[in-house]
Design a protein around this ligand. Structure first.
Ligand code: AMP
Length: 284
């Protein structure tokens, strides 16, 4: 496994496999790797001959009040995980390598970045789409792997790649969960033992939503209220949103008669937790 922090080196390393027609896979991450990231890496190793993992806590996707400084950066552990899972190249640039001057050029996806997380995190998706564009330009992958855990991010990236004719495929991997259903996240480390237990209310609530839809519910408002009620059983949980949206447009659905994304964001102590499930109400 080779590790570099420079754009020049990663470009040099990618040239021979590209010339040889090998399939290059990129897994963009902010590090603090966990089993959820590993599931993306494993999928990349299965599908690609060369696998690049980027470890970069991207400052431009954090708001001024957010956790950029305290975001965990266990660099050596991350490298060991990459090594164990067959990663070929780790790209771990510094902020000044990625943003050597004031950044004047941004990639901005409109519309679908406004609801859900876009509402409470202005500028977040602009940071994500800009850094992903830079990573795609630097590494030149044939495929990039993202997690369904960040459903809005995956939809936004897919749309950006389609709208701008970027020459790569986007693969979205299922959300990896702990045994009790909690979606694995680097931010779960912020939780106390009690908060960690309380956090399972989110997945329980999502499943309750699924159960209602599969039992034939057609009114999204009723499902939404029920999901909220399950989360509210944990008094410490502050709901930011519960939304039933179309998985492509991310607009609220008026009636449950097709694929629907149930998406939740909530604050629990120091952590902001997000989760979602896709339900196809036609298959009920
Ligand atoms: P992050 O390091 O949080 O930016 O995440 C890097 C990638 O891993 C993103 O595409 C996430 O959606 C994905 N990811 C994070 N947690 C999970 C999980 N529990 N299951 C699947 N993918 C995940």
């Amino acid at each position: 496994m080779r590790v570099t922090g420079t754009i020049e080196e990663v470009r040099q390393w990618m040239a021979p496999p590209r010339a040889a027609g090998q399939r290059i896979g990129l897994v963009p991450t902010m590090g603090a790797l966990h089993v959820g990231h590993v599931s993306l890496i494993e999928e990349a190793v299965k599908r690609c001959e060369v696998v690049v993992v980027s470890l970069f806590v991207n400052p431009t996707q954090f708001g001024p009040e957010e956790d950029f400084n305290k975001y965990p950066r266990p660099f050596e552990e991350d490298l060991a995980i990459c090594q164990r899972h067959g990663v070929d190249v780790v790209f771990t640039p510094s902020p000044s390598e990625m943003y050597p001057r004031e950044n004047l050029t941004w990639v901005n996806v409109t519309g679908i970045t406004e609801p859900l997380c876009g509402r409470s995190r202005p500028g977040h998706f602009r940071g994500v789409t800009t850094v992903c564009t830079k990573l795609f330009n630097i590494v030149g992958p044939d495929v990039a792997f993202f997690g369904q855990k960040d459903a809005q991010q995956a939809t936004v990236i897919r749309r950006m790649v389609a709208d701008l004719n970027m020459p790569l495929e986007i693969v979205v991997c299922p959300t990896f969960r702990q045994g009790d259903g909690l979606a694995v996240s680097s931010r779960n480390q912020y939780l106390s033992a009690q908060q960690r237990k309380d956090a399972t209310a989110i997945y329980k609530a999502l499943q309750e939503g699924r159960r209602m839809i599969e039992a034939g519910a057609v009114d999204p408002i009723l499902v939404c209220e029920r999901v909220e009620a399950v989360i509210r059983r944990v008094p410490a949980m502050q709901i930011e949103y519960v939304s039933l949206v179309d998985p492509e447009t991310l607009q609220p659905v008026q009636r449950l008669d097709g694929a629907v994304l149930i998406a939740v964001a909530a604050r629990l102590g120091p952590a902001r937790l997000i989760d979602n499930i896709l339900v196809d109400s036609r298959s009920s």
